[in-house]
Design a protein around this ligand. Sequence first.
Ligand SMILES: C[S@@+](CC[C@H](N)C(=O)[O-])C[C@H]1O[C@@H](n2cnc3c(N)ncnc32)[C@H](O)[C@@H]1O
Length: 247
Amino acid sequence: MPAGKVSVVGIGPGLPDHMTAKAREALEKSDVVIGYKLYVEQVKNLLSQQEIIASSMGKEVERCLLAIDKAGNGKKVALVSGGDPGIYGMSGLLLQLAGEKNPSLEVEIIPGVTAAGAAAALLGAPLMHDFAVISLSDLLTPWELIEKRLEAAAYADYVIVLYNPRSRGRSDLLSRAREIVLKHRQSETPVGIVRGAGRNNQKQWETTLEELTVLIEAVDMASLVIIGNSHTYWDGCKMITPRGYQV
Ligand SMILES: C[S@@+](CC[C@H](N)C(=O)[O-])C[C@H]1O[C@@H](n2cnc3c(N)ncnc32)[C@H](O)[C@@H]1O
């Protein structure tokens, strides 16, 4: 039997033109493609003979176990993960489960463009200085810990990137995060919002911490919020965090 392998493939934030050549190659050379249905849909045009197994959100453990099982039977499996698989993606879970179920299995992690990079590029250059990435999803992390990290990042004047700014059924997370950050930052601090970066429905907004309340309803699960540090400014519609060069 040929040796199987799982490639955890970061497919980038949206359309295939944001994907790396290596990710594309791994998909094309795979026997089986496994992933969340939205992500599988995004890469469908690149596939030909592969067996495709798409499942819903919340089935991450099942997807990893299936990938390990198929690869254990000699298949080349591409486990797709949106953005970068190592940033709130599938690679950690896959490695944890592979270590338990089949420690000798070959696993390859293929990085992808993370939503923060894609959104920052659309907004301008907001991540030019130290930044903290915080997920507001309290499905796997207690809200008290999320609050603690928000507080620390805001206090330390990091640019703050908020992933999962709106959990399913929890619309108040972003408002609560805004209140915590406002304890340490001016109300005119720039805030950029990008929905669906690199996708057909891509949209972006330029605002401030003060005005964010007006836009909270526009923020959904496919959005990313970037809060500037005390030096970040809007130059027209470009969000810029200076690195410190004399200009
Ligand atoms: C579970 S995380 C996955 C992140 C992904 N692994 C990455 O590296 O971008 C899902 C969150 O990422 C953000 N996200 C993913 N794709 C995005 C996109 N195309 N535009 C804006 N935000 C996105 C949203 O905040 C979403 O709730």
